[in-house]
Design a protein around this ligand. Structure first.
Ligand code: ZN
Length: 403
C-alpha cells in the first residue's frame, strides 16, 4: 500500500504566495514538504507524478453555504453528508453548513444533525468535505435588512434565546445584527464560548459597528448585501467596515450580489487577508434552472441568480472555484491572492490557521489542483483523490487506495 506521493513540476499557491517549479511531498495523508523543487531531492520511496505546470492550493473553505444539488440544509439537515460528499467537485474540502432564520426552538434538531454528521466524518470512511460546524445566520437580525429571511421569526438575542442554541459546540459562526436589544452582550457571550460572531443583516452605524468589534465580532456577513449602505454623509455599516482595521468580511463574488467595481473597491481597502470569499449557495447550485426552495420559501433560479417572487436575492448558485476566478477578473488580484481568500483567510476567521487552509508541513493534505486558467482538475483530502476531472484521472488512478 502506498504511503503518499510526490508531485513535481507544479506551482504552489500558499497564503498569497506562488512558488513555481515546486515540489509537494505527501506522507500519511499529510503535507511533508511544499516548496522549491531545487531545495529537496525527489523522494525515492514514493510514486512521482509530473504536474505539467498545474497549480496546487490548499482545498477551499466556504464559511457560508446553505445547501446545493437540490438540498437545503435549513429545510433538511439530514442532507449534510450527501451534499458534503459532492462538494470536492468544486474544490471545497471544508465548509460551514448554514441555517437561515428559523423558529428559535427548531435549532436544536439542526445543530444535533451537525454533530451527528461531524461524528460520522471523524469516524472515517466519509469522503466528503469537512463539516467544521454550523453557521447560524439569524434569528437575531434587523427586519430593515431581512433579505430572504422570515421576519416573523426574528427575536432579540437575550440570554434565554442564546441558551436555546444547543448543542452550542456545533455552532462555529453566528450572524447577528448587533443593534438589536442585548446585541453587544450576545456578541460577548458567544465570543467567550468560542463562537465566531459576524455582523450581518444589519443597519448598524459606525459607532454600533465599533462597539460590536470591541465586544468580539470578528467577521461581517456578505459585505454590502443586507447592510446599511455607504453614503457620503452617512457611512453606514459598509463605510464602517471598509475603514475598520481588524474585522474580516465575507464577500459573494458572483457578479450579481455585488457589482464588480465594488468588489474591486473592497479588495483595495481590505486586501486578501481580510476578505473571505463565500458562496452563500443554496439548493439550486449544481441544478438546472427553475423553481427551488430556500428554507420554506420558493425561489426562482436562472443562469446567474436565485430570487424570491419579489426579486429579492435569496442565496446564490455560485461555486467557490468560480468565485476565485471571478475575484481575479473583478479585482485584478493575482490567482495566489484569490486563492488565499478562499483558503487561509477563511481558516483564520475560524482560528484554524496552521491547521488547514495552508500547504504547511503537518497540515492535512487537502488540496485543489488547477490548470493555468484556474479551472479545477482534482481535489484531494487526506492525500487521497476525492474528485478528478476526466483529463487527469489516469494520472491519479494509482493513488485511489487509502494512503
Ligand atoms: Zn444573508
Amino acid at each position: 500500500m502506498t504511503t503518499g506521493f510526490a508531485l513535481h513540476s507544479i506551482s504552489i499557491y500558499d497564503r498569497g504566495t506562488r512558488i513555481d517549479d515546486a515540489l509537494l511531498v505527501i506522507r500519511q495523508g499529510r503535507i511533508h514538504y511544499a516548496g522549491p523543487r531545487r531545495e529537496r531531492e525527489l523522494p525515492a520511496d514514493l510514486p512521482l507524478i509530473d504536474g505539467h505546470g498545474w497549480g496546487v492550493s490548499p482545498g477551499l473553505i466556504d464559511l457560508q453555504f446553505n445547501g446545493a444539488y437540490g438540498h437545503d440544509f435549513t429545510r433538511d439537515p439530514s442532507s449534510l453528508l450527501a451534499v458534503a460528499r459532492r462538494l470536492p467537485e468544486t474544490g471545497v474540502t471544508a465548509f460551514l453548513p448554514t441555517f437561515i432564520t428559523s423558529p428559535i426552538d427548531s435549532y436544536i434538531e439542526k445543530l444535533n444533525r451537525v454533530r451527528i454528521a461531524q461524528q460520522a466524518q471523524s469516524q472515517g470512511g466519509e469522503t466528503g468535505a469537512r463539516i467544521l460546524g454550523a453557521h447560524v445566520e439569524g434569528p437575531f437580525l434587523n427586519p430593515a435588512k431581512k433579505g430572504a429571511h422570515r421576519q416573523e421569526w426574528f427575536i432579540d438575542p437575550t440570554l434565554e434565546a442564546l441558551e436555546q442554541l444547543q448543542p452550542l459546540e456545533a455552532v462555529r459562526l453566528l450572524t447577528l445584527a448587533p443593534e438589536r436589544a442585548h446585541g453587544l452582550q450576545a456578541v460577548r457571550w458567544l465570543s467567550e464560548r468560542g463562537v465566531v460572531v459576524s455582523i450581518g443583516h444589519s443597519a448598524a452605524g459606525p459607532q454600533e459597528t465599533c462597539a460590536a468589534v470591541e465586544a468580539g465580532a470578528a467577521l461581517a456577513t456578505h459585505l454590502y448585501n443586507a447592510m446599511r449602505p455607504m453614503d457620503h454623509r452617512d457611512p453606514g455599516l459598509v463605510g464602517a467596515l471598509l475603514v475598520n482595521d481588524t474585522i474580516r468580511c465575507g464577500l459573494i463574488v458572483d457578479g450579481v450580489h455585488v457589482h464588480p467595481l465594488m468588489v474591486r473597491l473592497a479588495y483595495r481597502l481590505l486586501g486578501p487577508e481580510r476578505i473571505a470569499l463565500v458562496t452563500d449557495a443554496m439548493a439550486a447550485m449544481g441544478m438546472p434552472s427553475g423553481e427551488s426552495l430556500i428554507g420554506d420559501q420558493t425561489v426562482y433560479v436562472d443562469e446567474t441568480s436565485a430570487r424570491l417572487a419579489d426579486g429579492t436575492l435569496a442565496g446564490s448558485i455560485l461555486r467557490l472555484d468560480q468565485a476565485v476566478r471571478n475575484m481575479v477578473a473583478f479585482s485584478g488580484c493575482s490567482p495566489a491572492q484569490a486563492l488565499q481568500m478562499a483558503t487561509s483567510t477563511p481558516a483564520a476567521v475560524l482560528g484554524l490557521e496552521g491547521e488547514m487552509g495552508r500547504l504547511a508541513p503537518g497540515c492535512p493534505a487537502d488540496l485543489a489542483i488547477w490548470d493555468s486558467s484556474l479551472h479545477l482538475q482534482a481535489t484531494f483530502m487526506d492525500g487521497r483523490p476525492v474528485y478528478t476531472a476526466p483529463a487527469v484521472q489516469p494520472l491519479f488512478a494509482s493513488l485511489a487506495s487509502p494512503v
